[in-house]
Design a protein around this ligand. Structure first.
Ligand code: SF4
Length: 189
């Protein structure tokens, strides 16, 4: 597997720039703020080998106590065979590998479409957070009618940046990025 971290960093910068634009455009619906870590408390977090190797470079610089604690938390999750779990890299509501966090974490909170066009919305819409104002409790889906009724300046828009779509972007090919096998984050630890 090609582990060209320099090119991967370029890829991340481009994705971050796109995601920032999406957040900016949809800011009326976004409730992400420092201290909210709901996205890191419930999930299975698919991660490729490249992403894992990249963020482990930062994880390796952490204090020994953090490293021991991450391992202990991971062992408990594996013993309990949890499908959805709190990420072991979350400490006091903050990610200890934030700068090099996986791609899926960078996509937390946005409305996306998977490659088959199926809409994917952040689960926090149901928790009174992102896009909750336009979340229709009856249909369990987002409602454009609600956005119009509530006079939002822009309509919520699904972006084609699901995790699978991001892995297959032409830019990845251009930069000769090989992601390697994808597994649940916990299965790498
Ligand atoms: S790696 Fe960081 S951002 Fe991603 S789920 Fe874990 S704590 Fe959250």
């Amino acid at each position: 597997m090609n582990t060209n971290f320099e090119n991967y960093k370029k890829f991340l910068d481009s994705i971050d720039s796109d995601i920032n634009k999406i957040f900016e455009y949809q800011k009326e619906y976004i409730h992400c703020k420092k201290g909210c870590s709901l996205c890191c408390e419930r999930g299975d977090y698919p991660v490729s080998e490249l992403e894992f190797n990249y963020f482990m470079r930062q994880a390796d610089t952490l204090d020994e106590n953090f490293k021991r604690n991450i391992k202990e938390k991971a062992d408990i999750i594996k013993q309990k065979n949890l499908e959805s779990y709190t990420c072991p890299f979350l400490f006091d509501g903050e990610c200890v590998i934030y700068k090099s966090r996986p791609l899926v974490c960078r996509l937390f909170g946005v409305l996306t479409e998977d490659k088959t066009g199926h809409p994917v919305y952040p689960f926090c819409a149901e928790e009174g957070l992102n896009f909750s104002e336009v979340f229709d409790e009856t249909t369990r889906h987002l409602s454009l009618d609600l956005a119009i009724k509530k006079n939002f300046k822009v309509l919520p828009r699904f972006c084609k940046l699901s995790y699978q779509v991001v892995l297959n972007l032409p830019l990845a090919k251009e930069l000769n990025i090989e992601f390697g096998k994808t597994k649940r984050l916990i299965d790498f630890l």
